[in-house]
Design a protein around this ligand. Sequence first.
Ligand SMILES: *[C@@H]1O[C@H](CO)[C@@H](O)[C@H](O)[C@H]1NC(C)=O
Length: 990
Amino acid sequence: MHVTGPLSSRWTGYLGLLSALSAAFAPAVAVKEHDFKKCHQSGFCHRNRAFADHALGSTGWESPYHVDASSGSFHDGQYQAVILKTINDGAETVRLPLTISFHESGTARVTVDEEKRQKGEIELRHESKARKERYNGAEEWVVVGGTTLDKEAKVGYEDKTQVTVKYGPASKFEATIKLSPFSIDFKRDGHSQVRFNDQGLLNVEHWRPKIEQPEPEKAEGESAEESQESPVIQTEEQPQGEDQSTWWDETFGGNTDSKPRGPESIGLDISFVGFEHVFGIPSHASSLSLKQTRGGEGNYEEPYRMYNADVFEYILDSPMTLYGAIPLMQAHRKDSSAGVFWLNAAETWVDITKAKETKNPLSLGSSKARTNTHTHWFSESGLLDVFVFLGPTPQDLTAQYGELTGTTAMPQEFALGHHQCRWNYVSDDDVKDVDRKMDKARLPYDVIWLDIEYTDEKKYFTWDKHSFTDPVGMGEQLDEHGRNLVVIIDPHIKNVANYDVVAELKAQELGVQDKKGNLFEGWCWPGSSHWIDAFSPKAREWWASLFRYDRFVGTLPNTHIWNDMNEPSVFNGPETTMPKDNLHAGGWEHRDVHNLNGMTFHNATYHALVTRREGEADRRPFVLTRSFFAGSQRVGAMWTGDNQAAWDHLQVSIPMILSQGISGFPFSGADVGGFFGNPDKDLLTRWYQAGAFYPFFRAHAHIDARRREPYLIGEPYTTIIGAALRLRYSLLPSWYTAFRHAHLDGTPIIKPLFYTHPASESSLAIDDQFFLGTTGLLSKPVTSPGQTTVDIFIPDSEIYYDYFTYSIPPTAKGKHVTLDAPLESIPLLMRGGHVFARRDIPRRSSALMRWDPYTLVVAAPRKATDTAEGDLYVDDGDSFEYQQGQYIHRRFLFDGAAGSLTSTDYNGREATSEKEEGEWLSKMRSVNVDKIVVVGVPGSWKGKTSVKVESEGRTWEARVEVTPAEGRRAGFAVVRKVGVPVGGDWRVVF
Ligand SMILES: *[C@@H]1O[C@H](CO)[C@@H](O)[C@H](O)[C@H]1NC(C)=O
């Protein structure tokens, strides 16, 4: 969910309307763009853009930031100095402490603070109780590792104008710090990759007291209402050349922000040298390769915005903010990658421009000028705190970022299955009925979801006593087939009498406070509400207590949680969220921590689930979140929010999910079918086929949308959707393996071509096809109506087989192939040189497949004597025992020259003794690989009838059936009854 529909922010105070509201939402109203700020309506955005215009538009502009040369020192991997900002024509300076840290992980970090605020030598206006420092707590929530200082880093060169530090692996990285004006040039192997303040846009809005000036007179006829709607932006030059109109307070949509600390923004230009494409900074409904934002044909007019908001029915192809933000940007070109992570949780905007270099000393006579991408970042408050990654590969970037902010939590296996959701299943009988009908129609699924209506009048942790009379019975029926229930729990707590949860929140002061330090009250689904402050340790502890089985009665171990509305969504707040001058634990303003808010709540719920019951082996929680920040990947899954049942929303879901994947949060999906509206049967079918390739695969629908469970849609659609679901379930072992890799080192689960083929220049911007994990499976979902063929880009000279028919579409390196794609077919290729695992017996849920045998598929390489490789990770799919080595991870190697397939431990571990084996691992001894399919076998295999199998000191023969190539169809071999244990060492010789 959700829609805020008629609740425009202008609507406040019409109490009488409230009760009618939840029934009155009109569907299919596009997002009210004007409810959200454009850059010119956000004071600091406007100011920073104006600063940039001034700097870039004036000849001889010099950045007023200079490092005080006498202040600089370097030791233990850290350079420290003070930057002086010169103001009032040199009459005054502002001291800005600078720290540049070089880490063993190869990352560098640049932090700029402001001395006066740091020392608390400022005055707050309006008797504010807020903290005086620039917010410095983001690190505490976000960073989990990778910041050990690199003692090997050393100053390589130093004079009065600059300091060069050599760092990173084999000292291949270098940072040249220019003192006057201040700038940094980050190089790899002597070549510039990333530059800070190259364009002179560094801007630290320092603290200053407000000098009261007479109110400007209102123009004739200007109503008070109008003047409140947007800040009056003065374009005329102010005495000091700065536009002060938005320094002290700011009004938007009838809400005034009191800004007790005055202007505090930070801005910096970051150039990616020689890079034409930059990626990341999700979430935006846009292309994977980011667009330019300063106008011109095909470009945006607005910067990309990151200010988590309840932007229901978002518009497409837009840099507008969405529900979550990850301020990680990466640049890729042929064989080189670099990135920056902007660690700031306040409202942030990023402008992007690209420019051909006029003179390129590196092109050595070649006339081809390089393109540089210039980015301009600015945040409303907080420290300037930026990490720099110098690659050189996309894998290095995701691994370093993963080390810094953590990797994907290993999910329960069921979470990778098919989820069925709608707003709302109206009763426990309804849930049980859907459950039975899915079985009857042979549609596998793992989880059914309950949206807000299951509660007693939107009081979380309660059940509607009339419609959910027996939640335990419902949970037990689901459990019969190993299925799960997810119920929604939001951060707004209904402000009503006789509700113990809100009574406790009030009594123990666990809620977010308003600017005066009183409990903040606003409007959300339940009407008047308070918000838990998950920044407070005490509040998190209390939150955990609410989920205990004896407290949230009616929940079972197979009940999991969905956190929605955690941006937070506040219907009557500015931009549908909290006032920025609200206060959180520790005295930080909401302004400082806004983008962290969703994550702290999501995390509080995750930890609550771990402690639901004392003294028992815990299961891995599943918590879905709508709002997120860098680090959210450590605790759960996200989805892309309230999309629409429209083809273009299906289309944009692919680049959006790919963007999540490269930004460290790959456990992501979009609402299958589209949340708002009614998809036609073709669209719904195509969406299931695409959704079967989302890491998080959930169908969802709005309360006003017609019921659309796949058994309702009719033939042939139900059968076609069923085939897509079974494809998903059969490939679950490979999906789970992909999650293991994401968990280990931050690798995306579905991978764009620039990630798998960084050497292919023409792959860089492709964002409608992707590879799944290490399988070599290349998917390109059909996303347009009436489409019967699909063109797939082939990024290399390997051989590609059709997944279903084994035919080899004619390919040449760097060319498209065309596949037939009528409605019943899913375009899917297998790249030669890979081995992947699946399970071929269709079942109702993933839990029922737990002890089924495996099939291995070998896609033979183009060159018959080459190898094919792959891996399979298995654990109990539910507990934390994998952390104690209770898992199986096998490496499969098909050796074309030797004609053999071997299985060895992925990590080279010794075989576990029975003593070390837990219950699960010991039971897995009897689970076999029973079938091996080799696609693309050489003609010489013709007539083979048996293969030799060696395992655990025994040798036997298994039958093989070889089907020679015919026409475009590759030859293939199928070995049945292989009988080798999935967890053991073995070898099959063909
Ligand atoms: C998550 O919650 C745990 C337990 O309350 C806490 O220790 C940790 O700091 C929290 N982390 C984040 C990112 O909110």
